[in-house]
Unconditional design. Structure first.
Length: 323
């Protein structure tokens, strides 16, 4: 049984598994609140950057839509006339251990992580700082990109660095327990640490999925398709495709764990070579380096998000940046 099934399932066995994990969740929650108290009461002081840092965070483990929202934030800030740098943890790559400025040009996911490689594909001219040491990332931004706004993908739970403000994505979920009985990294009551929580006064709107071939250029949705996805909540991706293309038939779905490197030799096992395989942009940056990719018709699914009401959002964002 995958842990995601424990969090979201509704069978008797799932309820029993969740109940068995509850004592550990209580200990985890107490431990987190103790760690938070160290900073809340001033026993430790976070690093305060000379530049502005906007954190796009969440309270749950994966699947809340941070990556597309970070892209949206970067594009919005650029349109408002600001210089922007994206900071990402680089999970799955060796550079995640510390922090480093990514070189220009396409990035290999195996070296820099799937999310930074996907960011570079979507916004090739926006600098990237990759690594989990967020204080070092802030210092690198100050040194290499003075005056730029660092848009931090994730990091709400990283307390050693102070943020100018945080935007937290917390989509509705039935299970409000902390790890491991539920998906929450910290108690839902800690939403108040963020300046804005979505959905709330503002809401995130998803665009219709657009499809493109592995060679570039738009393609139509096929009548039948398969998919591979390595996401925190793969069902959201599947549901979005079904909603956007209700007449297309999904014949096979291969779900893997979030950030899976997609290097397994049996990855294509059970898939029909004659049908298109739809993947996310985050998974495509890993698949494109496989030597056997040419044997399959891979279609990349991409979407954008925005915030409504749009004018009020830009006004709020502008006022926060000028405080």
């Amino acid at each position: 049984m995958r842990i995601e099934e424990v969090w979201t399932g509704r069978t008797a066995s799932v309820f029993l598994a969740r109940a068995a994990l509850l004592p550990i969740s209580v200990l985890y929650t107490l431990g987190w609140e103790g760690y938070l108290a160290i900073y809340r009461f001033g026993f430790k002081k976070p690093y305060r950057s000379q530049g502005k840092i906007i954190c796009v965070g969440n309270l749950v483990v994966g699947g809340s839509g941070k990556t597309p929202f970070t892209l949206f934030m970067a594009e919005t800030l650029i349109a408002m006339g600001h210089r922007v740098v994206i900071g990402a943890s680089g999970y799955g790559g060796p550079h995640s251990v510390a922090a480093a400025v990514a070189p220009e040009g396409p990035l290999k996911a195996a070296e820099w992580g799937d999310e930074p490689a996907a960011f570079r594909d979507e916004l090739p001219n926006v600098p990237l700082i990759v690594g989990r040491r967020r204080v070092l990332a802030a210092q690198l931004c100050e040194e290499h990109f003075p005056g730029a706004i660092l848009v931090m993908d994730d990091g709400f739970q990283h307390l050693p660095v102070a943020k100018t403000f945080s935007i937290v994505l917390d989509p509705p979920t039935r299970n409000r327990f902390c790890l491991p009985a539920g998906p929450y990294r910290e108690g839902p009551w800690n939403r108040r640490r963020a300046e804005v929580v979505l959905p709330g006064e503002f809401r995130v709107v998803r665009s219709k999925t657009r499809l493109e071939s592995a060679l570039g250029g738009p393609v139509e949705m096929p009548v039948e398709y398969q998919l591979i996805c390595a996401l925190g909540q793969p069902e959201k991706f599947i549901d979005a495709l079904r909603e956007d293309f209700p007449d297309a038939k999904l014949t096979q779905a291969k779900r893997l764990g979030d950030h899976d490197p997609l290097v397994a030799g049996n990855l294509w096992e059970g898939l029909n070579p004659g049908l298109p395989v739809i993947v996310t942009g985050k998974d495509w940056v890993k698949l494109r380096d496989r030597s056997d990719i040419g044997g399959y018709n891979v279609v990349i699914a991409r979407h954008r998000v925005s915030v409504e009401p749009a004018n009020e959002w830009r006004n709020w964002l502008g006022s926060k940046l000028h405080e």
